[in-house]
Write a protein that binds this ligand. Sequence first.
Ligand code: 0A1
Ligand code: ZN
Length: 883
Amino acid sequence: MQENSCQVVRLEDYAPSEFLVEKVHLTFELAERDTVVKTLMSLRRNPRSTNREQTLFLDGIDLKLRSLHIDGTPVADRDYRLDESGLYLFGVPDVFELQTEVIIQPQDNTVLEGLYCSGGMFCTQCEAEGFRRITFFPDRPDVMATYTTSIVADKKRYPVLLSNGNLLSSEDLPDGLHRVTWHDPFPKPSYLFALVAGDIVFEEGAFVTASGRSVALRVYLQRHNLGRGTHALEALKKAMLWDEKVFGLEYDLDLYMIVAVDDFNMGAMENKGLNIFNSKYVLADRETATDLDFQAIEEVVAHEYFHNWTGNRVTCRDWFQLSLKEGLTVFRDQQFSADEVARSLKRIHDVRLLRTVQFAEDSGPLAHPVRPEAYQEINNFYTATVYEKGAEIVRMLHNLLGKEMFRRGLELYFSRFDGTAVTIEDFVKAMEDAAQVDLSQFRLWYSQAGTPNIRATGNYDESSKEFCLRLQQGCAPTPGQSDKQPLHIPVAIGLLNSTGTEMPVCEVGHSGTDCDTTAILPLKKTEQVFRFKVSERPVPSLLRGFSAPVRLTYNYSDAELMFLTVHDSDPFNRWDAAQQLVTQVIMRGVDRMADGQAFMVEPVLIDAFRQVLHSSSKDRGLAAQMLMLPSENYLVDQRLRIDIDGICTVRRKLREALSDALHDEWASVRQACIKDTSAGYGFSPEEVGCRSLKNVCLSYLAAQSKAGFWPQVRQWLDEADNMTDRLALLTLLAEVENAESQTAFAQFYQRAKDIPLVLDKWFAVQSGARHPLIVDKIRRLLAHEDFNLCNPNRVRAVLHTFARGNLGGFHAPSGAGYHLVGDYVMKLDRLNPQVSASLAGSFSAWRRFDNDRSALMKEQLNKMFSTEGISRDLREIVQRSLQ
Ligand code: 0A1
Ligand code: ZN
């Protein structure tokens, strides 16, 4: 264990850096064993710092110091001290030049932070605190400097040498070496530094900005992937154009580079001018990537590009402000994607993620505010709360202010803070000032953790023709926050008459005739009553478009939900009504099972599904979403006490019952989809929608397969001309044990074995399969020659898919799933703490399970906690889970 592993960093302790760095010149001498990093930087005392100490501390981890000079003079031994977290320099002047020389070993770097090797190339990952693994530096985002970077390396092995900014020079050196120098004119924090060296190739494009500057765009890949970067390149161009059109934001350098690497802890990284990407979010063609992969690539490419303004030009003062850049940038990428694909489908996709991952986080021991107040390890705070809930807060602001005012607010934010490191408060204040609104209560969204619950009740008075909607808000306590204050929650509603037509939503007392059919109710108090004038008893459509990240309950009858499923003019709410109906039915089934009653399928659900199927050709993408059963993860989050066996069993039986009851409909809708996609593989929203509905139908057909079905599946698999269909078929085959399944997996493996991203799918499909012997299967996968603990994508494909997505398997009553994952958390922790800590998060909900499971899960957490030398990342997750 590191000495400082339990140290807590607190927002309230923030103090400006004592020294600022103006310019940095880095020289990397890359070599197989020792890489030398020479740093020359100009430092000066920060006029804003109140601390007048003569000691300067520079962060540094795993660096071997070779030499140290101040203003050209070697620093004497007594004038500095090193410990495991950095370098202390005593008695430094107010303005000086510091020269350091350190040795690092990127080839042994398995944590994948700092400089490391992947697929024969060198690359970096510096967010959040990786730069300190490269050189001694004040590694904090409020120290912004301009960087010049020289890279020296063997020209044959590393012909391409990249860093941030513009290329200054390149020259050949003796002994087969070459040197390339880059300069980034924009001051940036160290976390945005990047370097890449390798024998890589690129696909190129160009973009002319609104003001007429020409920008070269390059996607760098390993040679064998050439041709698979085109989709990313196109996505980049679309994102550049979109940001100009929607926010008036232009790119600022002459070159924009994206590099795909196979070993990466997260999705991608927005380093200035040189994004480094997990290859999962770059490489795609129809043979290797699914429709969802294509969409994810577009989103991530746009996300990193949008960071150039929201994150890079204006950055975070400290890491507590992480959502300043992430929440805002996720909102921007969501808006972009919504404009590119079907808007409602994008919203459904995002809300699904929020409800399953973020809501679960917010109701467990790892809950934290969007702006956290304390951390031990910042890497543990790249969470759904900071990202997705942060984006929902920005979305609410966008809706409250309106599109125009929001844009003006953003313009004011950039005009005030371009080139600086700021806080969430600075952002909110800019919005407030631009729109002249009072956001004081709204700010609580950033500081208060937990998902608010809204209880809505409706009452119609025939005589006065008034519909009265009572909204009550509350929020359960979260760690460190027992008392919650009421939030400002925008609740969008519509009112439908008995024929399903929207009526104007007119509050009693409203004089004009201009009432809209959707109104946004400003819920600000614990309880509020809204009264509307309506000509007949309405069916309310609540929280339209998911206008706030809350759980809203209303006592809908099955009939009302069915009515909304068919009639609501808001497609998101149509989907949501269908989900609520299925969820209601499943939870009733779970209760019946707990009472010892047999499973039965409620006819109302069959009717609802039949209706959706019958009208599915109107919008196949939406129909597909409506027909998918809520995930097990969503269902377990519906109740405080988790009945895992009940949920898995009822969900499975319901699927079988629907399969049976609607067999002919599944088959005919599937056929209709095939007919309409027969022209070949295309990527339009209609074609994507067709494929997804076709495959949903297929999954129901598989649930109660008739004779001859599996040989048919095998044949379809042979005929499939794209990865979306192939993977859908393989997913079905993973849940059965027969000859077709065996050959299908063997053949898929043969095609996949040299393409890591496809091989990940081969692993993931098996790890996610509902299968009685799944734990043994996982063991076999972990022992497979292609399994690799050092590659995060492969680890996630097997272990995260199992622990987070295969609830029946992970929560096997014997505890075998817990055991296996617990062991691997410990193994991984020695290699890559970020990955082990995130895997350990799958034990955090232990308190909500039945006594036996709860004890078994806790046992694993205790085992981790009592192990000597676990990482700070893992320790923090385990400690908070156990608290
Ligand atoms: N800033 C990146 C995500 C990212 C965060 C941390 C990383 O390493 C610890 C890597 C990438 C983004 O939001 O895309
Ligand atoms: Zn981001």
